[in-house]
Design a protein around this ligand. Structure first.
Ligand code: PBG
Length: 333
């Protein structure tokens, strides 16, 4: 007897399977590539914790990015790495003239007129203590001073030519402070604010802190990043940033938080939703595949589709170069 609720007849052919997967395909415009930019212009260095990902000095960016543009790269997210620049309480090097991001932005604008350039805005890569805000002498965050400084840094990146500034610090009020800073600089209409709105305190950031040299020297980030069990704070964090004027929202990390992605997208369908597949997610897939547990391409494709299905419009991923390869005409992602 025919089963009443037969499903197999709906997906016995590759085209039928595509129809069943409507709107969850992955295209180059759904990808943003994070790039670590060194303060040593002629260097390229390996990142031990993220095999296959490198840090590039500005004179080495063209060699890395040219082939990716040819394969359809649409957007990048820049992180500065300071080996030589001083680190102090105020993160002075975040917006000094020889900051690698400040130098890279105009160069990339000139080399790639169609590429969208986003800059991560934070204090931790440039502060002596490695925290994401300005601290009081007892080690607690000074909110007012922090958001002031974060706004200054964002405006500096905007003046350098960034299309998007992306504050990753999680301080209350920083979106509003940045918006006001951009308005005073006359840049309101040329620069979008992508808020790391829903950023959890996560063990998945470990490899990044090695890559960017941004580990906190004491304590952790639990007082400003969200507790991983909380969906309520996640909703309030998104509401806060929408209220302060964010143009786009992000949930981070990705894979372990796709319920939060769906919750946020449902609450704010009008906003482009970004998902950051963070360093630990990159490394986990890499090592899982290297040790024979999974097939990297198959699992990566599955994870990307799950992120799109959850409501992600753009996925920030270190795998962008590989995915662009997979998307070239012969491949079928
Ligand atoms: C800095 C920042 C971090 C990441 C992006 N921006 C580290 C952190 O918050 O500890 C993590 C990205 C990744 O793990 O790939 N505030």
């Amino acid at each position: 007897m025919e089963p009443k609720h037969a499903l197999h007849s709906g997906y016995f052919h590759p085209v039928l399977r595509l129809w069943q997967s409507a709107n969850v395909d992955v295209k180059p415009e759904n990808l943003m590539l994070p790039i670590f930019i060194l303060d040593e212009p002629n260097s390229i260095t390996e990142i031990q914790s993220m095999p296959g990902v490198k840090r590039y000095g500005i004179n080495k960016l063209k060699g890395f990015i040219d082939p990716l543009i040819a394969k359809g790269l649409k957007s990048v997210l820049l992180f500065g790495v300071s080996n030589k620049l001083i680190k102090d309480e105020n993160a002075s090097s975040a917006d000094c003239p020889n900051n690698p991001v400040i130098q890279a932005v105009p160069l990339l604008r000139k080399l790639y007129p169609h590429l969208i350039i986003a800059c991560d805005v934070c204090i931790c890569p440039y502060s002596s203590h490695g925290h994401c805000g300005i601290l009081n002498s007892n080690g607690t965050i000074q909110n007012e001073k922090s958001i002031q400084r974060i706004s200054e840094i964002a405006v500096a990146y905007a003046k350098a030519g960034a299309h998007i500034v992306a504050p990753s610090d999680m301080m209350d009020g920083r979106i509003k402070a940045i918006k006001q800073g951009l308005a005073s600089a006359g840049l309101s209409n040329q620069v979008a604010v992508l808020s790391y709105a829903v950023k959890f305190a996560s063990g998945f950031y470990g490899p990044f802190r090695d890559a960017a040299g941004s580990s906190p020297k004491f304590g952790d980030r639990q007082c400003y990043q969200l507790p991983s069990g909380s969906t309520g704070l996640a909703a309030r964090a998104a509401a806060r940033d929408v209220d302060e004027g964010a143009d786009m929202l992000m949930v981070k990390p990705g894979l372990a938080y796709l319920d939060v992605v769906r919750q946020t997208k449902n609450a704010y369908p009008q906003y482009p939703m970004f998902i950051y597949q963070v360093s630990g997610e990159y490394a986990m897939l890499y090592h899982g595949a290297k040790n024979g547990a999974i097939n990297l391409e198959a699992v990566l494709k599955e994870v990307l589709l799950s992120m799109r299905r959850a409501g992600g419009d753009v996925i920030i991923t270190y795998y962008t170069p590989l995915i662009l390869d997979l998307l070239q005409p012969k491949a079928n992602l």
